[in-house]
Write a protein that binds this ligand. Structure first.
Ligand code: SAH
Ligand code: ZN
Ligand code: ZN
Length: 417
């Protein structure tokens, strides 16, 4: 890629510097005619200094915040030769998964016909193996006797992607996942657009296959293509939530559109738990596009202007999220994860999870578990955490982190202890 990559290296990692409060680089977003990397259209960035744009704008990968995962780089005004364009197209093609989603669905059908003793999963390739393929994986570690139960909980079979920058997968603790599902059902939703929430999706899918009167359906949108081995094209779309890119093209987009089309009171909700990088504006722009898709399919779209949404994200992004979605509010519920030591719920000395729910649903309707210490504040008309005291002066339950906050007369607001 020549000088471009070097220059980018010098400029540092754009996305990493877009975190809260960090200067350095700004995201300008999706530009018409942007070049593509294997992860879809690249995003436009610019270097900044003291809040002002400085220097040349450039395109970089939307999904990968680590250059080792995708080193796509192009100056906005760079003249790219035909040869280089052709090479790039070839590169993008060759960096797609080795099986298509369709092929993976076929493979799955064959896999479940196998007796237990022939059902293997290659841990190195993260792939279900058919007997004819065993030989090619003979020196890989594999699991055998893959049961139907295991096939229904792929998030436990696959290892969580742990690349810190690009794709850290933090899976919901069962307690949180169950809470979310109960909430969704109690609120009367019957369809869940699961954007980056494979564990919620699998909980819904496995209940749907086990309990006859379970009516909830889910469509998973996620960049982790490994899931295409376990779900049909109506259950999973390979999707990039930083640029609203459907890897499966128009057909996948149509699947999503159809899913959002609500009929006979089968209300739809979007639930999303994106990686906690700093690209809130990119996420917000994709979610707005999904919301627009919902709106355009809605038959009598009069009273409800926005698709009901639960966005799971750390509390310190509150002001950023509200900037893009003024109708949202942050709830006190602490979301816990299985594989994140720091983000576990606990009243004892352990660190509390900073992850919260942001929603455009009326907070009053969202009942938080009393057995975990949440209580209803009659003045605020919402459930708050046990440590969150109503402040008479602010006239609100002001704590953000679950600890008891104190009113400061000088600052004229409540502050952390
Ligand atoms: N708590 C959730 C998982 C959240 S981790 C659960 O248990 O279901 C973040 C999820 O977002 C992962 O599934 C990851 O694969 C997905 N993801 C990461 N980057 C993405 C991108 N650019 N587009 C779409 N999904 C992405
Ligand atoms: Zn209150
Ligand atoms: Zn103060």
């Amino acid at each position: 890629e020549g000088g471009g990559v070097m220059a980018a290296g010098g400029a540092g990692d754009p996305q990493a510097e877009c975190g809260p409060g960090a200067g350095g680089l700004a995201l300008l977003g999706l530009a018409p005619g942007a070049p593509s990397c294997p992860h879809g259209p690249a995003l436009l960035f610019v270097k900044t200094s003291q809040g002002r744009e400085e220097g040349r704008r450039f395109f970089a990968c939307s999904a990968c915040r680590d250059r080792r995962d995708c080193n796509f780089f192009q100056w906005e005004d760079e003249k790219v030769s035909e040869t280089k364009l052709a090479a790039r197209e070839e590169y993008n093609r060759s960096h797609q998964p080795s099986f298509t989603h369709r092929q993976n669905v076929e493979r799955y059908k064959n896999f479940i016909l196998l007796p237990l003793s022939k059902r293997r999963f290659c841990q190195e390739c993260q792939q279900l193996l058919l007997p004819a393929e065993w030989e090619n994986h003979s020196d890989h570690q594999f699991l055998c006797d893959i049961s139907t139960a295991q096939l229904q909980t792929p998030s436990q079979l696959l290892y969580p992607l742990e690349n810190k920058k690009t794709n850290a997968q933090y899976l919901f603790a069962d307690r949180s996942c169950q809470f979310l599902l109960d909430l969704i059902i109690d609120l009367g939703f019957r369809r869940v657009l699961s954007v980056g929430t494979p564990r919620l999706h699998e909980m819904i899918q496995s209940k749907a296959s086990q309990e006859e009167d379970f009516r909830v359906r889910s469509l998973l949108l996620d960049i982790d293509f490994r899931y295409s081995q376990f779900y049909t094209e109506d259950e999973f779309c390979h999707y990039n939530m930083f640029n609203h890119y459907f890897f499966g093209g128009e057909a996948a987009r149509e699947t999503c559109r159809n899913f959002l089309h609500q009929d006979n009171g089968e209300r739809v909700i979007m639930v999303t738990d994106p990686p906690f990088g700093g690209l809130v504006e990119a996420l917000a722009s994709s979610f707005k596009k999904l919301m627009a898709m919902w709106k355009e399919t809605e038959k009598e779209g009069h009273d409800n202007p926005e698709m009901p949404t639960l966005w799971i994200f750390p509390y310190f992004f509150e002001s950023r999220i509200l900037e893009f979605f003024p109708s949202f509010s942050m709830l006190d519920y602490q979301v816990d994860y299985d594989n994140h030591a720091l983000y576990k719920h606990g009243k004892t000395g352990r660190r509390q999870s900073p992850v919260r729910l942001f929603t455009n649903l009326t907070p009053t309707m969202i009942v938080l578990p009393v057995e975990e210490g949440y209580r209803f504040c009659a003045i605020c008309q919402r459930y708050v955490s046990s440590g969150n005291k109503h402040c008479e002066i602010c006239n609100s339950c002001t704590s953000k982190d679950g600890r008891r906050w104190k009113h400061c007369v000088l600052c004229k607001k409540c502050v952390k202890p």
